[in-house]
Write a new protein. Structure first.
Length: 334
């Protein structure tokens, strides 16, 4: 009997629409790194999703490359996992088209992200924005993923992925694995520093002090934390009516591997100034080595090129198998 037990497949992707925030890092990327021992992980740079809103082409190309470099700098190994750029694997567009024909306008109209984004980009409500969840379904289903770590905002898209897969399987037999959502044991929900009632977002351009980007200058990171909104009772305590302090406790816990409660106990009786300094030091201690590694890796153009090329080949091999199955089922000559 083979000693090798097949590991479950984890699939996730991130859009290269900005430098990841501390929220993306603590809520997603740090977990991705920790999953690589126990799962077969496939992580993509979702640049095809990114063009559903207007991008500067030169910047998009750079951000795509920077994001894959950052994955590696964080410690997500390109040897032990598959890291690739979505547009490098043509099967995504091809399966997405097929799945478009198995998805209803009504289902897509109910997607809250579509409603939000069409309100935000009223001058560019394009068909890609509407069928965005179908492309995401293609991403996931191509790799027969068992588990998909996604945040709250993507949960509805995972649901529709399951619905589309089940519909297709009901018609044609077992073509796609039905994926489950994956909620990691740890995984902090980090809020904005200036508006701690809303999630920290990497594409928040209204107020730069609200978000820490993980490639921000180290001093700037410390200053943003020191300027974070708090309240006036000077007590470091978790409480729904103390969103600013609670958020800083969550951040501190997430970077030091403690629970927010443990963090709270550690800072009992500490004033806000001293507390913020400790949070800033902890965040800097976590981020600085990643930045150093990012700089080193970015300088090695040939290495990053080879990672991108190898990743695309490994991904395409798996994706094409599933694509061929689906093409055969719908009656394409294969
Ligand atoms: N839409 C996701 C986001 O913006 C990114 C994404 C694209 C994704 N394809 C995916 C996430 C497949 C999980 C699985 O966050």
């Amino acid at each position: 009997m083979s000693e090798e037990i097949k590991k479950s497949v984890i699939y996730s992707a991130m859009q290269p629409s900005g430098v990841p925030s501390l929220g993306n890092y603590l809520g997603a990327l740090k977990n991705w790194k920790n999953l690589q021992q126990d799962y077969d992980c496939i992580f993509a740079i979702a640049n095809m999703h990114a063009i559903t809103v207007r991008q500067n082409p030169t910047e998009l190309r750079k951000k795509t490359r920077d994001l894959i470099t950052l994955f590696i700098a964080i410690g997500i190994s390109p040897e032990n996992n598959i890291l690739y750029v979505q547009s490098d694997v043509k099967a995504h567009a091809e399966l997405a088209w097929i799945l478009n024909c198995y998805t209803y306008m009504g289902e897509l109209s109910r997607m809250t992200q579509f409603k939000d984004k069409s309100a935000k980009h009223a001058d560019n409500i394009n068909a890609g924005l509407f069928t965005y969840p179908v492309l995401m379904a293609a991403d996931i289903l191509l790799y027969q993923a068992d588990l998909v770590p996604v945040g709250e905002d993507q949960r509805q898209h995972l649901e529709i992925t399951r619905d589309i897969a089940e519909r297709f399987n009901n018609l044609y037999g077992d073509v796609f694995k039905i994926p489950e959502g994956f909620i990691p044991k740890t995984g902090a929900r980090i809020m904005g520093l200036q508006d701690p009632t809303k999630k920290m977002s990497k594409s928040d351009t209204d107020n730069d002090n609200n978000v820490i980007h993980i490639l921000d200058d180290i001093n700037l990171i410390a200053n943003k934390i020191k300027r974070a909104v708090t309240d006036s009772d000077n007590e470091v305590r978790l409480s729904p009516d103390k969103p600013g302090i609670s958020n800083l406790l969550n951040i501190y816990g997430a970077v030091t591997g403690k629970t927010a409660e443990e963090a709270q106990n550690e800072f009992k009786g500490t004033g806000y100034g001293e507390f913020k300094k400790c949070v800033a030091d902890a965040v800097v201690a976590e981020i600085k080595p990643i930045q150093d590694r990012f700089k080193e890796l970015s300088a090695d153009k040939a290495y990053i090129d080879s990672v991108i090329k190898d990743g695309a080949e490994k991904a395409a091999y798996i994706a094409n198998k599933t694509l061929r199955k689906a093409q055969k089922k719908v009656g394409f000559p294969v």
